[in-house]
Design a protein around this ligand. Sequence first.
Ligand code: ZN
Length: 99
Amino acid sequence: MIFEILDFSHFLFFDSKISVMGVPKSKPGRMRARRRRAFLTVSVPSFSTCPNCGAYKLPHRICPECGYYKGVKFVRSAEERRAEIRAKQEERKKEASKG
Ligand SMILES: [Zn+2]
């Protein structure tokens, strides 16, 4: 017979490593879908003001403007970083004009 000739072993699920993904029996209703999507919202991050410089910053984070956290300076301030970038750019310009 034809079944003896053709190998249908890959269609059998018993003792085979083939797994089928779970498929929902029916589509979720309006209420269920809306309830699920109720949490898919974009939330506005909460801001606090820096006690050192008064700039807006994220709570429990180092202030990116002045580099202070709880009265201690941890990182360079934004102004210092800008000055460094400007100095580097001027150096590059000088090198470019020379060479
Ligand atoms: Zn600050």
